[in-house]
Every structure is written in C-alpha cells, then in structure tokens.
Design a protein around this ligand. Structure first.
Ligand SMILES: [Zn+2]
Length: 61
C-alpha cells in the first residue's frame, strides 16, 4: 500500500549515486521537459532532483 503524501515523499529522496539525502538534494526545473507552453502563460517545467554533493541528476517522477 502506497500513500501519496508529498511531505513524506520529499524526505525519501536519496541520491542513487552517493546516498546523499535532503537537504543535500535540491529540486530544479528540468528545462528539457516543459509541461505547459502557452501564450500568456509562463512555461512550467517538470521537476528534477539534483544532488548537491556529487552533482547527480534524476527525474522526480
Ligand atoms: Zn550524490
């Protein structure tokens, strides 16, 4: 059973490469994955996670 709870999930993010956990893990816009591109709207991007220790990047979803 998996419950969707972003507050909890946020704490589970962990770098697959070096094992760093928040607050070493940062969330950034993935500019290669625009979600919404419309006139009059600012572009929304998918989020990606970046390890502040080793620089490893991975998709949030
Ligand atoms: Zn790392």
């Amino acid at each position: 059973m998996v419950e969707e709870n972003t507050e909890v999930v946020d704490r589970l993010y962990k770098c697959a490469k070096c094992g760093a956990i928040p607050p070493m893990i940062h969330e950034k816009d993935d500019k290669t994955k625009p979600l919404i591109m419309g006139s009059g709207l600012s572009t929304m991007y998918a989020k990606k996670l970046v390890c502040g220790r080793c620089g490893y990047e991975w998709s949030k979803n």
